[in-house]
Design a protein around this ligand. Structure first.
Ligand code: PLP
Length: 358
């Protein structure tokens, strides 16, 4: 810290992204990226748009918003796009949470929520998930003016709440905004976007980073009542009106044109997920049932951190969270079937060496 750093941020503990090491080639199963490249249409769109980088991007992102709106069956004034969904989450925290409308979210969830809360000096309460790591929807009903944040499917567990439970949370908090973060919804979940037509307090947040193979392009979106979107645009236009660059806007449109490719990739990932879950269970792991592109698993044979380190030594990265309640677990991104076979073989070897497998 320099002697000039503002008191305001002196105690801020930043979000720690998953490792992106450059020292050697790893099988990266640690940050929930897609193992599949962007579609040919996306590559062509990026290439073409690159020739116009001398010009600012459209601050209203009209082409992309209109195409996204079509794909969700909503009007374009219900859509905002952002530099990754992290950005729209931050905007939503700034816009809707306050001393009078504090945040509530689970104790086990996306690690950026408490960071955005601290960054913006917003009060928040973390509600413990059940012992099986599931969210009890009843804990999020009748919260008055509080701002509720739920990742569905949740991270890092992969557990999913059915739409009927999400609707109870939304209808049970008519005086507070409910933010549903659907980063992983395309791997077997069910989107709450249709509910935004009925409830003016619901903001659904999505991303191109996981199911649409565009983590490096940084593209997210929010869908909700036009008044909520207007508030988010007030924050956005006070921060960075050109928040999404030209190439990413063009890629976002092209990805929607190539929807069939991405849907097929999601199906492959879901199949690889179920295969891996079965294998790990057979090896003695407890595997949380996942509707995301990752598995959350632990075994009595080896500690969470020890398994993470042993795999890293073998060139495979997974994600370990040194956090109470979940430090025995690891979060394993689901890649291709072949990658998962490599992972399972490495785990078998490690367990044998540990004497944890006969
Ligand atoms: C990955 C992730 C995001 C955001 O990712 P972006 O790359 O910023 O779009 C948001 N929420 C959850 C729960 C995530 O796991």
């Amino acid at each position: 810290m320099s002697r000039f750093f503002s008191d305001r941020y002196a105690t801020l503990v930043p979000y720690v992204p998953g490792e992106q090491p450059q020292d050697r080639r790893y099988l990266k199963l640690n940050t929930n990226e897609s193992p599949f490249p962007p579609s040919d249409g996306v590559l062509a769109a990026v290439n073409e748009e690159g020739g116009r980088l001398n010009l600012y991007s459209d601050p209203d992102a009209r082409a992309l918003r209109s195409r996204l709106a079509d794909s969700f069956g909503v009007a374009p004034d219900r859509v905002i796009v952002s530099n990754g969904s992290d950005e729209v989450l931050n905007f939503a925290f700034m816009a809707f949470a306050s001393e009078k409308t504090p945040l509530v979210f689970p104790d086990i969830t996306y690690g950026f929520y408490p960071v955005f809360a601290e960054l913006n000096r917003l009060p928040y309460t973390e509600i413990p998930v059940r012992d099986d790591l599931s969210i009890d929807p009843a804990d999020y009903i009748g919260k008055g003016k509080k701002t509720v944040v739920i990742a569905n499917p949740n991270a890092p567990t992969g557990l999913f709440l059915p739409l009927s439970e999400i609707e109870k949370i939304v209808s049970g908090n008519p005086d507070g905004v409910v933010i549903v973060d659907e980063a992983y919804v395309d791997f077997g979940g069910e989107s709450a976007v249709p509910l935004t037509a009925k409830y003016d307090n619901l903001l659904v947040v999505g991303t191109y980073s996981k199911s649409r193979s565009m983590a490096g392009a940084r593209l997210g979106f929010g869908i909700g009542n036009p008044d909520l979107i207007r508030d988010l645009n007030t924050i956005r236009n006070s921060t960075n009106p050109y928040n999404v660059n030209r190439m990413t806007l063009a890629a976002g449109v092209a990805a929607l044109e190539d929807d069939a490719y991405y849907r097929a990739n999601c199906k492959k990932i879901e199949a690889a997920r179920e295969w891996t879950a079965k294998k790990l269970t057979a090896l003695g792991f407890t595997v949380i049932p996942s509707k995301a592109n990752f598995l959350f698993a632990k075994t009595p044979a080896i500690g969470g951190e020890a398994l993470y380190l042993a795999l890293k030594e073998r060139g495979i990265l997974i994600r370990h969270f040194n956090k109470p309640r979940i430090s025995d677990f690891n979060r394993i991104t689901v890649g291709t079937q072949e990658q998962m076979e490599t992972l399972v073989a490495a785990i078998e070897t490690i367990l044998k060496e540990q004497g944890g497998l006969k």
